[in-house]
Design a protein around this ligand. Structure first.
Ligand code: DGJ
Length: 725
């Protein structure tokens, strides 16, 4: 790293003069530039985050910094304040502070100043101090290989008394013309529903206080030019890579600055730094793009380049939950395994209900021993059978939870998270274990290791079925969400290290714990408990803003969807599950030969395209007629693509007008092939392009498009495009 000693605090002017050509730092990588004015007061301010700037000359960078400096105005400060990297009131900032804390009520003022900087072309480490407040900080800025902008701050207490940290946010300035906000909300069975808002003056705040991100969490908080879509419209977004409580905000100030900011949400007294102790924030990650797809691709590309990214073909999975719920018996589950193997399933996952006392959801959590009344020989007969069928075996666990009706809770009531003598409000008849309690951690870890040692378990479905409320270390204790989350991370890391090849799924009542903190130590997320393809279309599209599709669990449903009661077509369910980690959640023993033949055909097709799904680029088509959804995955080299044309509802036009197929190589000529059975049951006669075996270039398919097939509502047509040149 280069040392930018020329910008140490002693050498910098106390306040830059208008037009002062001070030090400017330019980080660039993966199509992104971050330009930082090192002379902003009291410490650096980001001048630009977004499109990579071709001209990186000193003069241009200086000019950019000068052009961004605010003027002094009536009614304002003599030295106009900026949304600097860790902006606080002592530096003049009147918006949400980047850092808040105190020493037993005193020393609330913070003004961090730059004292040292280490940087190379895409990373910078800024050392900041406040000698009055006796704090020091290290702010790490990094551009990832695909242009994601990472910020992480470590704050140290240099004083001789404890320092309470109240809030710590990382700030990402966005262009002033980003006047529309997109975030997500949701609930169990409907996670990540998008919502849009005008980005006006003031603060738009999204907080997660559930001890996990929650079904209603916003996966990203994005701000862009009005009307930005997936294909076009500049947009910036921020994600907090953390599985505990977090906060994201968008703030527009009357001093002409618009920022996105995010960090961990701390409960009162949750972090009190002893003298010499420090706190490191989560990694807060910014992405941007001309359209949401580009923003998403930065996440996908960078995530896929990690050494730990699961690279082997994602095994087609059968999960037993909706097939049998708690009704476990060797006979029933081996029959299900046979049926699964017959349609090409590669991983069989035994869901909830296998351990002591777990005959329904009122008891047993915490007693992680196989229930001998149901499984007199343990799980061995089932596991052996699954392996003999040529499948891997996976097992459901919910290690952080405990039912009050369990031996564990009866023996160790003090292992349960609580902040008062009474227990926190109950949810699904369960409470949360204090994983930060040494003995509780040791017990859970020992049970998981024992199960993994005894059985050839390739995969754990790690569930988490309630919010953490009033999560304290005991009556009159301290808030514990942060420590609990760190203990969870440690446990996952230890299990992975001790059992090489083990894969873990992050499930939380469906998709209530989806974030890059958990995904850094797991191999897929359970995207939602709803298997309704119609609902899944929205959920999957917005989950894929951050999560690469191959890490999103997507399962074929039984014909009558358990969560919505809707009767759905198999081809529709399969088409919607195709662009993810495909599985089945259905009692296949109750299906006839013809249905199994059709399922097997879809499984075979899913296997054939999974290399494309695991490496290709997602395409979400904007501006389609209401009632039609077009999306696809295009190979990076443009040689092939698969698209689904889904009729979500009836259309006003009949037959519907043309749809575009964008995202292909404009110069290449593609042959189109429809996959699977015809779903065009409403049409009077055939669709011309299907009958004539045509080819069109990527440019033509985007600019001109083609007629979608006439379909009943809630049907999909899958088209494969193969380049011929
Ligand atoms: C919630 C999960 O999301 C479901 O898939 C299932 O595993 C149940 N928990 C089991 O209790």
């Amino acid at each position: 790293m280069l040392s930018h000693s020329e910008v140490t605090a002693d050498e910098r002017p106390a306040a830059p003069l208008p037009g002062h050509p001070g030090g400017v730092l330019h980080l660039r990588r993966g199509g992104t530039s971050v330009v930082i004015d090192l002379d902003a007061v009291p410490h650096p301010a980001i001048v630009h985050w977004g499109e990579e700037l071709a001209d990186s000359s000193d003069e241009t960078l200086r000019n950019l910094a000068v052009a961004a400096r605010p003027q002094r105005v009536s009614g304002g400060l003599d030295e106009p304040a900026r949304a600097t990297l860790v902006a606080t009131q002592a530096g003049g900032w009147l918006g949400t502070p980047g850092l808040e804390g105190h020493r037993d009520g005193a020393s609330f003022s913070v003004r961090l100043e730059l004292v040292d900087l280490q940087a190379d072309d895409h990373r910078a480490a800024l050392s900041l101090v406040d000698r009055d407040a006796r704090l020091s900080a290290r702010l790490e800025l990094r551009l990832g290989s695909a242009g994601l902008f990472h910020q992480q701050l470590t704050l140290r207490n240099d004083g001789d008394s404890p320092y309470t940290v109240q809030a710590l946010h990382l700030t990402f300035p966005v262009p002033w013309d980003a006047t529309e906000i997109l975030d997500t909300t949701g609930r169990h069975l409907r996670e990540r529903s998008p919502q849009r808002h005008p980005f006006g003056y003031g603060t738009h705040l999204r907080e997660s206080r559930r001890g996990r991100p929650g079904a209603d969490a916003t996966l990203v908080l994005a701000a862009g030019r009005p009307g930005f879509g997936f294909e076009r419209g500049r947009v910036h977004g921020v994600h907090v890579a953390w599985s505990g409580n977090h906060r994201l905000l968008a703030e527009r100030s009357v001093s002409g600055e618009a920022v996105l900011a995010g960090g961990e949400l701390l409960a009162p007294g949750e972090v009190v730094l002893a003298p010499g102790a420090s706190l490191t924030s989560p990694d807060v990650v910014g992405s941007w793009g001309d359209g949401l797809s580009e923003l998403a691709h930065r996440f996908h590309d960078e995530w896929r380049r990690r050494p730990a990214h699961p690279r082997r073909a994602r095994p087609i999975t059968l999960n037993t939950w909706e097939a049998v719920y708690f009704d476990h018996s060797l006979e029933r589950l081996t029959a299900l395994a046979d049926a699964a193997a017959s349609v090409g399933v590669e991983r069989y996952v035994l869901d909830d209900g296998w351990f002591v006392g777990r005959r329904d959801d009122t008891a047993g959590l915490g007693d992680w021993y196989v229930d001998a009344t149901v499984w007199p020989e343990g799980l061995h007969p089932l596991v052996d059978h699954v392996l003999a069928c040529g499948m891997e075996f996976g097992l459901w666990v919910e290690p952080e939870m405990v039912n009050p009706d369990s031996d564990l809770a009866r023996r160790n009531p003090d292992w349960i998270l609580r902040a008062r003598r009474s227990l926190p409000p109950s949810a699904r008849q369960q409470q949360v274990l204090d994983l930060a309690h040494e003995d509780a951690y040791a017990y859970v870890a020992a049970r998981l290791h024992a199960l993994l040692d005894e059985y050839p378990i390739a995969y754990l479905k790690w569930d988490h079925n309630r919010d953490l409320l009033d999560a304290g270390s005991g009556p009159e204790g301290v808030a514990r969400v942060r420590e609990h989350t760190l203990a969870l991370y440690r446990l996952l890391d230890e299990l992975k290290a001790a059992h090489p090849g083990l894969e873990i799924e992050s499930c939380a009542s469906g998709g209530a714990r989806v974030d890059l903190g958990i995904l850094a130590r797991t191999d897929r997320i359970w995207t939602s408990d709803t298997l309704d393809p119609l609902e899944r279309l929205v959920n999957q599209r917005y989950t894929a803003l951050v999560v690469p599709p191959e890490l999103m669990g997507m399962h074929l449903t039984s014909p009558v969807v358990h969560s919505t009661g809707r009767t759905v077509d198999l081809d529709f369910s399969a088409a919607v599950a195709l662009f993810g980690h495909v599985g089945i959640e259905w009692d296949l023993t109750a299906t006839d030969d013809e249905t199994r033949r059709r399922i097997a055909a879809w499984v075979e097709y899913a296997k054939s395209i999974r290399p494309l799904v695991a490496t290709g680029r997602t395409v979400d088509v904007d501006g389609t007629e209401p009632g039609i959804d077009v999306r696809g995955i295009v190979a990076n080299d443009g040689a092939s693509a698969v698209f689904t044309l889904t009729q979500t509802d009836t259309t006003a036009a009949y037959p519907p007008g043309r749809v575009r197929i964008p995202g292909l190589d404009p110069a290449r000529r593609y042959r189109l092939r429809t996959v699977g059975g015809s779903t065009s049951a409403a049409a009077q006669s055939g669709l011309s392009w299907q009958e004539h075996d045509i080819t069109l270039t990527g440019r033509e398919l985007d600019a001109v498009g083609l007629r979608p097939p006439v379909q009943y509502p809630q049907r999909s047509t899958v088209i494969e495009l193969t380049a011929e040149n």
